[in-house]
Design a protein around this ligand. Structure first.
Ligand SMILES: Nc1ncnc2c1ncn2[C@@H]1O[C@H](COP(=O)(O)OP(=O)(O)O)[C@@H](O)[C@H]1O
Ligand SMILES: [Mg+2]
Length: 231
């Protein structure tokens, strides 16, 4: 479980997160949805510790990580798949995955085979430079890199953005496996609502740095969507 309590964040003088409180449960995909610019990416960076909240707290079941830097949060089991993937284009697939070993606890030296088992296409292409892969495969690589350390909490920032439909489906199936087989806590920032409905369990809607609605994805009404999501 991940518990956020009254998180506040400002870029300089511009306040971007206003008292964000939420609970993300293990074994469930919790979706954070909202229009562009409402603060979704900022929230994930604050959870990861790349940005530091000015007040509020972030708790895992046995530890309050609010004061921890990003690398220590990673050792506590939080991993982020950043928006835009941010893989290393000149490194091979295998070396991109080895970067993920840095966060492992206890320290492991080899990329676990189960990561390749989740994404067999990465095994088949393990010697290719990351930059030569299709966008969909790069996204799979970014997710796999985050999984190398076997996190308890996986944060994903718009993983379906610009990706071909068959790979979107494969990514959804992997998320489903992570929550059902490994009881992981998955936090999915996503604007693609069909994906949210198919693979998400709970949702929080963000608007201007605040949570304006929450519930189970089966209760995402047309009214909520037209108020907070349609352009
Ligand atoms: N590095 C930054 N410096 C200043 N403002 C930023 C920075 N990054 C994002 N913002 C602003 O913060 C707000 C929220 O951005 P972001 O978290 O990226 O939203 P979302 O992911 O929901 O599209 C936007 O108004 C954006 O322009
Ligand atoms: Mg974003």
């Amino acid at each position: 479980m991940l518990t956020l309590n009254k998180l506040e964040f400002s870029y300089g003088t511009i306040q971007t997160l206003h008292g964000i409180s939420a609970q993300m449960l293990p074994g469930r995909v919790t979706c954070v949805i909202g229009r562009n610019g409402v603060g979704k990416t900022t929230l994930l960076k604050v959870i990861m510790g790349i940005l530091r909240s000015s007040s509020g707290s972030i708790q895992l079941p046995h530890v309050d990580v609010t004061s921890f830097a990003a690398n220590r949060r990673a050792r506590e089991g939080i991993a982020l798949v950043p928006q835009g993937r941010q893989i290393f284009p000149k490194l091979s697939v295998a070396d991109n995955l080895r970067v993920g070993l840095e966060a492992s606890r206890p320290r492991i030296r080899q990329v676990p085979q189960d990561v390749y088992d989740l994404f067999p296409i990465l095994w088949d292409n393990r010697q290719r430079p990351g930059g030569n892969l299709s966008g969909g495969m790069q996204q799979q690589l970014a997710i796999a890199r985050a999984l190398v350390s076997n996190p308890r909490v996986l944060l994903l920032d718009e993983p379906t953005e610009g990706i071909q439909p068959n790979i979107i489906q494969q990514i959804g199936e992997v998320l489903r496996e992570l929550v059902t087989e490994r009881n992981m806590t998955v936090v999915l920032v996503e604007q693609y609502l069909d994906f949210v409905r198919e693979f998400g369990h709970d949702f929080y809607i963000m608007n201007r740095g605040q949570i304006t609605a929450d519930g189970e994805t089966s209760d995402l009404t047309e009214e909520l969507i037209s108020n907070y999501l349609s352009v």
